[in-house]
Ligand binder design. Structure first.
Ligand code: PLP
Length: 421
């Protein structure tokens, strides 16, 4: 069927027809032929508990009886107020204010603007942002600027601003990252370090030690540089704790959250910041206002979904489910550890990743689309990052479903070795 829809991250000249999904439930998508497709990557990492968690869906339905969009300047509403209090209760200590937006990219943009605004309004403007090599923070101009440069953003390069990049803290080379940060900070011009805590997602599921994060924060504090934790992917239990920062005992100055904030049901994002950053924007001088808005800021229905998600975290054994999933993932993964067909077999919390051994690795590795097609035929939604295979399933996934995913990975590697992929 001819469709006018232009899909994201999709080369339409090469892709097969889009599969049409008519329903979702548990860890699965159900297509128009009635096939159940295992969503082993949580629909781009948003679905936490499972598709259509009943308590969250019921809250959305109830909110629909009362609200649609409400302008979020001059007016507020109960779901946004309740959510803000709830978020501050569950977030790392020291965060005191909540600014809403509607996607991972926008909550990071907001964070960057908060950091620059903080120094600007304090009368000590700073111009630089530090980031980690291989980072990904979104696809807007600002977040692409902060992310790894490459094939994804080459066309937009003339519009991207410069940032200071720290080498990724590979095990045994952590000091190089810390030294580079120290050097950049010494300029006195670094407003913030923007970082994905513990694992860099789209950059290749690269895991690093919590100690590095703690040490980076210490350096930042010494130089009055803010630390922005981009928890868009890592938040809501993916790395084993609600937020990854917790594992480093880290209190970031700004924290970005989206994706699992509503359990993955509706688009919503929040940027949490310290009282100090809010205070720097509080003034009788209207020029010090935080000049950011989007029309759908704090959509009440999305906020109600997020409030319900917080209740799920409070009332259901979510941490136990995550613990059980971690154990299942660890058990399945260990079979690949000494397997020469794979390298860099790794796991953090509920996320596992392994690199298929290929001649030419990288995001555009030919094997990527072939693997995707292989999994698709087997009713599995797994989207390798080039030759990097990873699983990030919803927490309700069953042992049998996981087995199916790992058996397929095993078989795909056999096919690849036999030259069939
Ligand atoms: N930050 C991180 C760490 C992400 O993983 C992503 C998306 O994958 C984003 C930001 C951007 O989020 P969104 O796609 O909702 O704009």
């Amino acid at each position: 069927m001819n469709s006018p829809v232009w899909h994201p991250f999709t080369q339409h000249a090469l892709e097969p027809a889009m599969r049409r999904i008519v329903e979702t439930g548990g860890a699965c998508l159900i297509d128009d032929g009635g096939s159940r497709i295992l969503d082993a990557i949580s629909s781009w990492w948003v679905i936490t508990h499972g598709h259509r968690h009943p308590a969250i869906m019921a809250a959305i339905q109830a909110a629909c009886d009362r609200y649609d969009q409400i302008i979020f300047a001059e007016y507020t509403h109960e779901p946004a107020e309740e959510l803000a209090h709830g978020l501050l209760r569950i977030a790392p200590p020291g965060l005191a204010h909540v600014f809403y937006s509607d996607s991972g990219s926008t909550c990071v943009e907001v964070a960057l603007k908060m950091a620059l605004g903080f120094f600007h309004n304090s009368g000590t403007p700073r111009r630089r942002i530090c980031v980690l090599e291989h980072g990904y923070h979104g696809d807007t101009i600002g977040t692409m600027s902060a992310g790894q440069r490459g094939v994804f953003n080459a066309a937009y390069e003339p519009m991207l601003f410069g940032v200071d990049r720290l080498p990724f803290p590979h095990a045994g080379h952590e000091q190089e990252t810390l030294d580079a940060f120290e050097r950049f900070c010494a300029s006195g011009d670094v407003a913030a370090l923007l970082i994905e805590p513990l694992i860099l997602g789209a950059g290749g599921m690269l895991i690093y030690s919590p100690d590095v994060l703690t040490a980076l924060k210490r350096i930042a504090e010494r130089h009055g540089t803010l630390l922005i934790a981009d928890e868009v992917m890592t938040g809501w239990g993916r790395t084993g704790s609600v937020f990854a920062c917790e594992q480093a005992g880290l209190a970031p100055d700004i924290l970005c959250t989206s994706k699992g904030l509503t359990g993955g049901t509706l688009p919503l994002a929040a940027t949490l910041c310290t009282a100090e950053i809010f205070q720097a924007h509080l003034s009788g001088d209207r020029r010090k206002t935080f000049f950011h808005s989007s029309s759908y800021t704090a959509n009440p229905i999305a906020c109600a979904a997020a409030v319900a998600n917080l209740a799920v975290w409070e009332n259901e054994p979510v941490r136990e489910r995550i613990g059980a999933l971690e154990a299942m993932q660890a058990e399945r993964l260990q079979h690949f550890e000494a397997d020469p067909r794979f390298g860099n077999v790794r796991r953090i919390g509920t996320i596992t990743a392994l690199d298929l051994t290929v001649q030419s690795a990288g995001y555009l590795a030919d094997v990527g689309p072939k693997l995707r097609a292989f999994f698709r035929e087997r009713r599995l939604l797994i989207r390798p990052l080039g030759n990097i295979l990873y699983l990030m399933p919803p927490y309700c996934v069953t042992a049998g479903e996981l087995d199916r995913a790992y058996d397929a990975i095993d078989e795909a590697a056999d096919w690849f070795t036999a030259g069939r992929l």
